[in-house]
Design a protein around this ligand. Sequence first.
Ligand code: GUN
Length: 285
Amino acid sequence: MTATLVDGKALAAKVRAQVAEDVAAFGEPVCLATVLVGDDPASHLYVGWKHKASAEAGIESRDHRLPEATPESEILDLVAELSADDGVDGILVQLPLPGHVDESLVTSSMDPAKDVDGLHPINAGRLFLGQPLHVPATPLGVMRMLEEYGVELKGSEAVVIGRSEIVGKPMAMLLLAEHATVTLCHSRTVDLAQHTRRADLVVAAVGRPGLVTRDMIKPGATVIDVGINRTESGIVGDVDRDVAEVAGLLTPVPGSVGPMTIAMLLSNTLQAARHRRLGLAVPGS
Ligand code: GUN
């Protein structure tokens, strides 16, 4: 079997075109503020892409870049300022933050109504309770891809590898909401292959090249590779390339999950603007 490759770029372009149309129809400015602390070249690249995509969708953006040594209190002050600023609809603090900064303190400090990353406890809790508002863009993009490619989730066996707040945990919640039987694997899982081999869907979100090999995949399964790893042979995911010989559907890296993440961020930003203008405040904010 040779897997069908998910064209995430094409789907992302479709989502972005829809967001652009909806932003124009909304008729009021929509604004995303990003905060990037430090010098990580990949983070600078990603944030640059987010601003370019925002502009193309008619979303204004504000770009706050702070030096690596910025004290935590200054970052908290900036987030408080953006939370209080009526001209800002969405706030994205690019992760990871430098080691001296408590990430969860920063994400918890923002107005949950503007938390387009879905990391504030209110948004994470709403997802947990089956009442989602802002959901992290990467797992949201994965769900959109699965829908587009007609992947049946109800009653399926789904294995998510990685338990991060931004991908693994929300991914598991979204799949559960669609009636998949979800197994959440992580670094302490004993015999990962035993779980993945019975899965109809595997989502790998760890950041380790070569984590998923072809012998770990059931023939015909859907394999979603969220990993982005810089290696000597270029950018690779968490899934070995020859998994394409057994999987039924596979996301190539780069160019599949990444573009969808940006598209869903724009969609979340428009959603935040709509909720704020319509006065649909997030309970607890
Ligand atoms: N770093 C890598 N991916 C993401 C993301 O989706 N959001 C944020 N805030 N930081 C990231």
